[in-house]
Design a protein around this ligand. Structure first.
Ligand code: XMP
Ligand code: MG
Length: 179
């Protein structure tokens, strides 16, 4: 892995501590509410698995798969639903779980889409936030780490579908994607 990793940005230990804090905060904020946690595949897979085990209230989970990136490292802006929710969400409190908010285009689309289905509320929890590249004024309600404008892999995040299984968040070496 040293061949592709420039440096580790967020360690496993830092992630563990942060996920515990986020789980506690979410448990407090939603203690009297019927919460549906929606993981966005595939990037949020690892974070979702950790986060739901840190939540101490009854919840349900579901998943959506959307595509916005394809093979490269740039957002196209066009969001496509590849897999939709299994059930209707009318009057339910939704927490979207994302791997990273970058331009914000994916999130903007998802929040509008779920609100239009009659959700009682739609909030967002992301493990990473890259605010410097925002193209729309959206902000996550819960955020793990704010990171600089660098392409990162690991903890669910990929480059060309690889490196999702790396347990920390790392910066990809430029020569990997600029060759
Ligand atoms: P937007 O730009 O719509 O992007 O906020 C959200 C999605 O883009 C992907 N993304 C990344 N994936 N390393 C990745 O592996 C990155 O640095 C990165 N930045 C954005 C990601 O899939 C996210 O859900
Ligand atoms: Mg993704």
């Amino acid at each position: 892995m040293d061949k592709v990793i420039d440096r580790v940005l967020v360690s496993e230990e830092e992630i563990r501590t942060k996920v515990r804090e986020l789980g506690e905060q979410i448990s407090t904020d939603y203690q009297d509410k019927d919460l549906l946690v929606v993981g966005i595949l595939k990037g949020a897979l690892v974070f979702m698995a950790d986060l739901i085990r840190a939540i101490r209230i009854p919840i349900e989970i579901d998943f959506m798969a959307v595509s916005s990136y394809g093979q490269g490292t740039r957002s196209s802006g066009a969001v496509r639903i590849l897999k939709d929710l299994d059930r209707a969400i009318e009057n339910r409190h939704i927490l979207i779980v994302e791997d990273i908010v970058d331009t914000g285009l994916t999130l903007n689309y998802l929040v509008d889409n779920l609100k239009s289905r009659g959700a009682a509320s739609v909030k967002v929890c992301t493990i990473l936030d890259k605010p410097s590249r925002r193209k729309t004024p959206v902000a996550p309600d819960y955020n793990g780490f704010t990171i600089p404008d660098e392409f990162v892999i690991g903890y669910g995040l990929d480059y060309a579908e690889q490196y999702r299984h790396i347990p920390c968040v790392a910066v990809l070496k430029r020569e990997v994607y600029e060759k």
